[in-house]
Design a protein around this ligand. Structure first.
Ligand code: GLA
Length: 354
C-alpha cells in the first residue's frame, strides 16, 4: 500500500531521552499519530459523511501535556489493564505484591505502567499496511510483576480506514498480562460536544457487575432488562442517568462486557454511530471482553486539545481486554503467560460514514 509515514521529534523527557511522533496516513483521508512515549495514539483523523476529515480521539498535541496528569488518553496499557484487587495475586503458589495506585488496588499497570515508558520504535512499510512497531522490555519485578517481559505493539493504518493494533509478548518466567489501548473516541469533532447521543451496539449478552471500587464482583450478569442492554443500537446516554446500582457504582458506564466472540480472527465487539457527523466506528478484537468507559469523572481530569475545554462525557472508551482482576478469578479466561508461549492480541478500529 502507498501509505505515508512521517517521523518528527515530539519532545524530550526529564532524563534527556527524545520521544518521537509518527504520522501514518493511508493517502485516502485517514491519518493517525502515535508517539513512542507510552505507545500513545495522539490523534486520528477520518472523513465525515461530507468527506471532511476531522479529529475523532481526545488527546494533546504536545509531549508536555502527556507528561502531566491525564486519564490515559490513547495510551498502551500494561502489564495489566484495569484493576487487580488488593494489588496482589498468587501465581504457581507464590504471592506477588504489585504497586497499589488506586487506593489499595492496582490500576492500569501501576504508577509507571506501559503508558509512561519510552518504547523503541521502528517503521514498517509492507504491501498491505503502513506501520510503526514499538518494543519495550519490562524487567523482572517492575511494578511487582514477575519475569522479564518482552512486548511489541504494532500500529497499522490500512487502506480500508482501519487502525489495527497488534500486540505480542514473551516472558522468561510465568507472569500475568492484559494489554489494551485506552483511546477515548469523540466521533463528531474530537471533544467539544458530549457522546451521549451516539448509538452504541455491543456484541454481548452479559456484563461484569462491579463493586464501589470498580472491581468485578465475580459472576457475569445478563444484560436483558438493564441499562447495559446494547444488543440493539441505543444512544449511550439513553439510560445512563437511571438510578441503577451498577451505574451509580461506575458513575456511568465503567464496565466490562462479555463478548460473544473471542480468539482469531478478531470478532466484532461494538459499533458506534454518530448521527450528526455520520461517522461510524466498528471495533473488532481477539479479546474476551470490552470495557465501556464513558469519561465519567467530572472536574479537570479531562482536558481538551490545545488547552481547550472538554465537556463531561466528552469521549467514550472501548478497551478490548481480558476481564479485570482475572489473576484473582480462576473462573475467568486465563491471563497467565508462561515461558515458551507467545501472547497475542489484535484489535481493529474501523472507520466509515453514512
Ligand atoms: C479505565 C478505568 C476507569 C478509569 C480510566 C482511566 O477505563 O476503568 O475507571 O480509571 O481507565 O482514568
Amino acid at each position: 500500500m502507498k501509505g505515508i509515514l512521517r517521523e518528527e521529534v515530539f519532545g524530550t523527557l526529564a532524563d534527556g531521552r527524545r520521544a518521537n511522533l509518527y504520522t501514518i496516513s493511508n493517502g485516502r483521508g485517514m491519518e493517525a499519530k502515535v508517539t513512542n512515549y507510552g505507545g500513545i495514539v495522539t490523534s486520528i483523523k477520518v472523513p465525515d459523511r461530507d468527506g471532511k476529515p476531522g479529529e475523532v480521539v481526545l488527546g494533546f498535541d504536545s509531549l508536555e501535556e502527556y507528561l502531566g496528569p491525564h486519564p490515559c488518553y490513547g495510551a498502551t496499557i500494561g502489564r495489566f489493564a484495569n484493576r487487580i484487587g488488593s494489588a496482589r495475586f498468587v501465581l504457581k503458589g507464590k504471592e506477588y505484591r504489585l504497586t497499589a495506585n488506586e487506593g489499595p488496588n492496582h490500576l492500569h499497570g501501576g504508577r509507571k505502567g506501559f503508558d509512561k515508558v519510552l518504547w523503541e520504535a521502528e517503521t514498517i512499510l509492507s504491501e498491505e499496511d503502513t506501520s510503526i512497531r514499538m518494543r519495550y522490555l519490562s524487567i523482572d519485578g517492575e511494578e511487582g510483576y514477575p519475569g522479564n517481559l518482552s512486548v511489541s505493539v504494532t500500529f497499522s493504518v490500512g487502506e480500508d480506514d482501519t487502525l489495527k493494533v497488534d500486540y505480542s509478548a514473551t516472558t522468561d518466567q510465568s507472569t500475568v498480562l492484559n494489554l489494551t489501548n485506552h483511546s477515548y473516541f469523540n466521533l463528531a469533532d474530537g471533544g467539544s460536544g458530549d457522546i451521549l447521543g451516539y448509538e452504541l451496539q455491543v456484541e454481548a449478552n452479559f456484563f461484569l457487575p462491579i463493586n464501589r471500587a470498580a472491581l468485578p464482583l465475580g459472576p457475569i450478569r445478563g444484560i436483558a432488562g438493564t441499562p447495559f442492554d446494547f444488543r440493539k443500537p441505543a444512544p449511550i446516554g439513553f439510560r445512563i442517568h437511571e438510578k441503577d446500582e451498577q451505574l451509580l457504582f461506575g458513575e456511568g458506564y465503567n464496565h466490562t462486557f462479555v463478548l460473544l466472540g473471542k480468539g482469531q480472527p478478531p470478532a466484532r465487539a461494538a459499533t458506534v454511530r454518530d448521527p450528526k457527523s455520520g461517522r461510524i466506528l466498528e471495533v473488532f478484537t481477539t479479546e474476551p471482553g470490552v470495557q465501556l468507559f464513558t469519561a465519567n469523572f467530572p472536574g479537570d481530569m479531562f482536558r481538551g486539545r490545545g488547552g481547550g475545554f472538554c465537556p463531561s462525557r466528552g469521549g467514550f472508551c472501548l478497551e478490548a481486554q481480558h476481564y479485570p482482576d482475572s489473576p484473582n478469578h480462576p473462573e475467568y479466561p486465563s491471563t497467565v503467560l508462561d515461558p515458551g508461549e507467545i501472547y497475542r492480541q489484535t484489535t481493529v478500529y474501523k472507520f466509515s460514514s453514512e
